[in-house]
Design a protein. Structure first.
Length: 377
């Protein structure tokens, strides 16, 4: 049965899924609310945004790369729909579609670029195969906290670079949610040295997988549902997954007993509203301002909610008998050294990556004194 998220009302559906195309974990987790349902059968096409008259009501079709039931990465898309409906007094209507509905997830970037789809809700790193620079606008290994990340974007030139990187694909990007740090991963056995990583078969996504492979880890790509069963069965030895709140909902505490921190590969993560440039330019100044303001408020809400969720989740994870551990210093040092080599490789291979990295790195270097003096270690 088909249903869209509209201004008129939102129904509640149980489900918990996270990550791109991770629909198979319905059977493995207790679900939060969902308010959009995946269309059956084949994906359908979409027209460009409907604007009734200059300055009048606009209808935008938004494809989510993550299930709308997924905490924060999905639920904040629903929140965006609701906030825009209220803030615009119905002047902006967002019709939200579940993954693989308007188009297969693998095609979403191209579809929003050519205008077949009005907009996409996703983490840019889902599309890093199109351009590795998108990793730097998603989450950065050994990167900044949310505050520092946002400072670079807003006042360090990061947003201008992000705009120009996406403009090459005819897309306007708007950061609309920020996630707190992830965990360092679940391991079936304790990690005491760098040597313990060699030969491990580990689920790892994003640019962090390149870092792990340099240390002898055999990384594999698995969707959310398959990760739990692969780890539980021993088909993989470890898994980088998500935030403690998400990991708990997936039941990963039943698959491995060693839970490591910090999440060196994702200290903060950006979720972005990507709008076809023609659609964006056809909006009025007021409509564009409302979208920007709603996304700004989402950042506030997602940061606050995310911090609270992790506190509660860690308490429950400990109660379930999991060993919550920190990665040894020598392991962290080796990971950081490996990351530096990955940066050199990516910079040599992609001038766009190099340009953005240099801006990002220069900002972090100038920020370091304030970070060290102003904040407690």
């Amino acid at each position: 049965m088909a249903r869209l998220v509209t201004v008129a009302g939102l129904a509640l559906v149980l489900g918990i899924l996270i990550g791109i195309g991770a629909v198979s974990l319905d059977r493995a987790a207790n679900a939060p609310e969902a308010r959009a349902i995946k269309e059956p059968d084949a994906p359908q096409s979409s027209s460009t945004a409907v604007v009734e008259a200059p300055g009048a009501r606009v209808v935008i079709k938004l494809a989510s790369a993550a299930p709308t039931s997924a905490p924060q990465i999905g639920t904040m898309a629903v929140t965006t729909v609701e906030k825009l409906a209220t803030a615009s007094d119905g002047n902006i209507e967002i019709k939200l579609f579940e993954p693989n509905t308007l188009a297969p997830n693998a095609e979403l970037f191209d579809k929003v670029a050519d205008g077949t789809i009005d907009a996409v809700w996703s983490s840019p790193n889902f599309f890093a195969e199109r351009d590795s620079v998108f990793w730097l606008f998603s989450t950065v290994p050994f990167g900044p906290s949310a505050g520092e990340y946002l400072a670079w974007l807003s006042y360090g030139g990061g947003q201008d670079l992000m705009d120009s990187s996406f403009a090459r694909f005819n897309i306007k990007p708007i950061v609309c949610t920020v996630l707190p740090p992830e965990s360092g991963g679940w391991f079936r056995r304790e990690i005491t040295s760098v040597g313990d990583l060699k030969g491990l078969r580990m689920r790892f996504m994003g640019i962090g997988a390149k870092v792990m492979r340099r240390l002898g880890v055999d990384t594999v790509t698995l969707n959310g549902g398959d990760t739990f069963f692969a780890l539980q069965s021993g088909n993989i030895d470890a898994a980088e997954f998500s935030l403690p709140f998400i990991d708990l909902r997936y039941g990963l505490d039943k698959a491995a007993s060693n839970y490591y921190f910090p999440g060196w590969h994702q200290q903060s993560s950006l979720i972005t509203l990507m709008i076809n440039m023609k659609v964006w330019e056809n909006l009025t100044d007021a409509q564009r301002a409302m979208i920007m303001n709603v996304c700004g408020d989402n950042i506030r809400e997602s940061l606050a909610e995310g911090e609270v969720q992790q506190v509660q989740a860690l308490q429950e994870i400990r109660q379930r008998g999991v060993n919550v551990r920190t990665l040894p210093v020598p392991v962290m040092d080796a990971l950081k050294a490996s990351w530096i080599q990955v940066v050199k490789e990516e910079s040599a291979a992609n001038p766009e990556f190099k340009k953005v990295w240099e801006s990002y790195h220069a900002f972090r270097k100038s920020y370091a004194e304030w970070r060290g003096l102003g904040y407690l270690p």
